[in-house]
Design a protein around this ligand. Structure first.
Ligand code: AMP
Length: 284
């Protein structure tokens, strides 16, 4: 079978033009948003999208709006050429790789530079700096917030994260105008937030949540796993193991959420891990 080389588009206007011309031909489009450094977890979303739409757009963009200045934006792994090779090798391939340089470049000089000198006092500036995007002083000030679901769990230790995700996904939806968008349940809170956002803001897009893809030893695949030492990777296995143990206990009739939660925390701590949070919640 002939391999499909994806068209690489970096310009948002060109991306929108491509989508609109395909839609005018009656084609359906699936969008798989990613930050690159692709692995089997990402590729599983693409494979699933093939069953749902005729054309596939994969976006590769590390979004500064979801990183706080203290987070790992500058060390986030990337390998664009390696990513393209993986995408070419996926059965059915992908049609477009949307790889914008900067989704917050509005291409004019009138965008006020937040905190960019001009009489802004140092203290005021520091208060305003909450994400890497604002730190860079780019003229962006509109954010999408899913107010209740973004609080708690991952949102507690990463206060700008979900705001940044919801905003960049909105931008991607407006640029690509897909029929279907794929998200992984590895980032469960993120998936629920996007579903709620699409419902609340009337996006005509079907959001699909895809199952977690794990390595053979049970660790959920993640681009950031490359940063783990063998010891840290070993410790991380306690996350999946302890969750499975609690799931098993729940299925056998243990219904005390506090006990189930505590046993997860205890198992991870015993393996040498530090627990950010463990919670048992309703998915809505
Ligand atoms: P990322 O590049 O980490 O932002 O991930 C892009 C998309 O792939 C998100 O919807 C993730 O939830 C999804 N994803 C990442 N890792 C996995 C995995 N191991 N299994 C399933 N989906 C994943």
């Amino acid at each position: 079978m002939a391999v499909k080389q994806p068209v690489i588009i970096t310009d948002k206007h060109e991306m929108r033009q491509w989508s609109r011309s395909m839609r005018a031909q009656g084609k359906t489009i699936g969008l798989v948003p990613t930050m690159g450094y692709l692995h089997e977890g990402h590729l599983s979303l693409i494979k699933e999208a093939h069953d749902l739409t005729q054309l596939i757009v994969v976006s590769i963009y590390v979004n500064p709006g979801q990183f706080s200045p203290s987070e790992d934006l500058s060390t986030y792994p990337s390998d664009f050429n390696g990513d393209i090779k993986k995408l070419v090798a996926v059965p059915g391939g992908v049609d477009v790789v949307f790889h914008p340089h900067n989704l917050y470049d509005y291409g004019n000089n009138s965008s006020s530079r937040i905190g960019g000198g001009g009489g802004v006092k140092r203290e005021e500036k520091r208060e305003k700096v909450v994400s890497c995007l604002e730190e860079k002083g780019l003229g962006h000030e509109t954010w999408v917030r899913v107010e209740r679901l973004e609080k708690g769990m991952c949102g507690k230790s990463r206060p700008v994260f979900f705001r940044g995700v919801a905003t960049v996904v909105t931008k991607l939806f407006n640029i690509v105008e897909p029929d279907v968008a794929m998200f992984g349940k590895k980032d469960y809170q993120q998936w629920r937030i996007i579903c709620r956002m699409v419902r609340d803001l009337d996006f005509a897009i079907e959001v699909i949540g895809s199952e977690i893809v794990r390595d053979n030893d049970g660790l959920a695949m993640s681009s950031r796993n490359v940063h783990l030492s063998p010891e840290e990777r070993d410790k991380a296995l306690s996350i999946n193991r302890s969750l499975l143990k609690s799931k098993c206990a729940a299925e056998k009739g243990q219904v005390n959420c506090g006990d189930l939660r505590n046993s997860v925390i205890q198992a991870i701590q015993e393996a040498g891990g530090r627990v950010d949070y463990a919670e048992i919640v309703d998915q809505e």
